[in-house]
Design a protein around this ligand. Structure first.
Ligand code: HEC
Ligand code: HEC
Length: 174
């Protein structure tokens, strides 16, 4: 086998592995992938979080029927077929499979032994908001909690979370 063919083969193998995405993120932000079921079932109480915001083991746990029954104090139960279709979508595009920079960073910040149920509890997202005071988040009726990303990140629905697209309601000088 020529050296060229060999290196093309190796590159192809490497490109298909999640490992490659982890080392060579290609795009900024989080993949803006969409799925109609996910949008309608998971986008009514908060915006439909991009799958790249959590590793697949977190989505698996969140989507267990028992977990959905008591989803952060709310009932987010759904019919079995819908649940599996959404789970499949979330797992396919989860943080560890992504070529997007933010997703990769989130994934790397979560120890393999942990399965966070919140994006806001991952080390990367927590650290990024350390300097945002409580009065701008929990005590701000137009934000309510850090979970409502799109109340401050104007382009959250497109998977864009850059600090220059942030606007905190009621705090124009941030
Ligand atoms: C009935 C309303 C409702 C539905 C439907 C719903 N959620 Fe939630 N979700 C909530 C509430 C309430 C919270 C907690 C918000 C807070 O802490 O301020 C939450 C939080 C979350 C979080 C954690 C956000 C964080 O703080 O990092 C994730 C992830 C999540 N939901 C995913 C989903 C997915 C996936 C679906 C669809 C299967 C879904 N949600 C459907 C109400 C809902
Ligand atoms: C109260 C408004 C607010 C909410 C809600 C919020 N953020 Fe942020 N976010 C900020 C601010 C302000 C910064 C910039 C912090 C800084 O400049 O130090 C930031 C920074 C970030 C960054 C880093 C940006 C960069 O360029 O380094 C990411 C990624 C991010 N947020 C994601 C999220 C996600 C995901 C959610 C929802 C789970 C969320 N944020 C919810 C206000 C918010």
């Amino acid at each position: 086998m020529s050296k060229l063919i060999l290196s093309v083969l190796i590159a192809a193998m490497f490109a298909s592995s999640a490992l490659a995405a982890d080392f060579f993120p290609r795009f900024k932000g989080v993949a803006p992938v969409k799925n109609a079921k996910h949008e309608s079932e998971c986008g009514s109480c908060h915006f439909a979080y991009q799958p790249g915001l959590l590793p697949s083991r977190s989505w698996r746990k969140l989507m267990e029927p028992k977990e959905l029954e008591d989803h952060f104090g709310d009932n987010a139960e759904m019919e079995g077929g819908e649940r599996l279709a959404i789970l499949d979508f979330l797992v396919k595009h989860a943080a560890e499979t992504s070529w997007y920079k933010r997703a990769t960073k989130i994934n790397r910040s979560v120890p393999k032994s942990q399965t966070p149920l919140r994006i806001t509890e991952t080390r990367y997202i927590k650290r990024k908001h350390e300097e945002v005071p409580r009065k701008m988040i929990q005590d701000n009726p137009r934000v309510r909690s850090l979970s409502y990303c799109n109340n401050c990140h104007m382009r959250a629905a497109d998977g864009v979370y850059d600090d220059d697209t942030v606007r905190i309601p009621g705090f124009p000088d941030w």
